[in-house]
Design a protein around this ligand. Structure first.
Ligand code: SAH
Length: 218
């Protein structure tokens, strides 16, 4: 049984060091930093990997997927909380559930879709263990979004499509924002897209590297 508290390489001191590093790298939202400080990232990965949980790096979670790098989780979360904190968000790519857990401590209602059954089920167990009951998980294809729960104030996509999925824009409320890596394998542009009644506004944040957003449920 892995402890939520953590010892040694998963201890509070190790977590504090990660937060110090993120803040030096430019993450300034105190709420985001506090949530990262208290979220046990080591519980979202295989036990064999847990000694590396508080390094600022993406790590494998099986099925060819990765748990996102803490800096990217922090950056995307910080961006999606501005200019107003959304009250209902949709995440595409639950993966380990770590980004979902971070969002659930800052946003009222979190919906998240994953296409790989094994990852979806594991994430559900972990989020229940952490008593994050404002999270709603679904196994399915993120390209279709979650139509009967739309519109969302915000959408966060944690796998990279080659082009912006139109259906997801349709599921944003007016004034709502989507943060999404878009582009080819290996390198993508992280975009913030705001839906307005007349169309969308695109803003580019930085270059990132996400696993591809694949079509269909696995
Ligand atoms: N936020 C996750 C990131 C996991 S990697 C974390 O921090 O752990 C991206 C995830 O997106 C993978 O689990 C992958 O299976 C999932 N994914 C890829 N294409 C998808 C799609 N079309 N619909 C839903 N999930 C998708």
């Amino acid at each position: 049984m892995i402890s939520t508290q953590g010892i040694g390489m998963t201890s509070q001191r190790t977590r504090d060091r990660l937060v110090e590093r993120l803040s030096k790298e430019g993450i300034s939202d105190q709420g985001v930093l506090d949530v990262i400080r208290k979220t046990p990232r080591h519980l979202f990965m295989d036990e064999a990997m847990s000694s590396r949980a508080y390094e600022d790096t993406a790590l494998p979670i099986g099925h060819g997927q990765t748990i996102s790098q803490p800096y990217i989780v922090a950056r995307m979360t910080e961006a999606i909380l501005q200019p107003v904190v959304p009250s209902k968000i949709l995440e595409i790519g639950t993966g380990s559930g770590y980004q979902t857990a971070v969002l659930a401590q800052l946003i009222d209602q979190v919906y998240s879709i994953e296409r790989i059954d094994a990852l979806h089920s594991l994430a559900r167990q972990r989020l229940q263990q952490l008593k994050l009951h404002n999270v709603h998980l679904r196994l399915g294809d993120g390209y279709a979004g979650w139509r009967n729960k739309a519109p969302f104030d915000a959408i966060i996509v944690t796998a990279a499509p080659e082009t912006i999925p139109r259906e997801l824009i349709q599921q944003l409320s007016f004034g709502g924002r989507m943060i999404i890596p878009v582009g080819e394998q290996l390198q993508q542009r992280l975009l913030v897209i705001t839906r307005e009644e007349e169309g969308v506004i695109e803003e580019e944040l930085e270059w990132v590297s996400f696993v591809p957003m694949l079509k269909g449920q696995n």
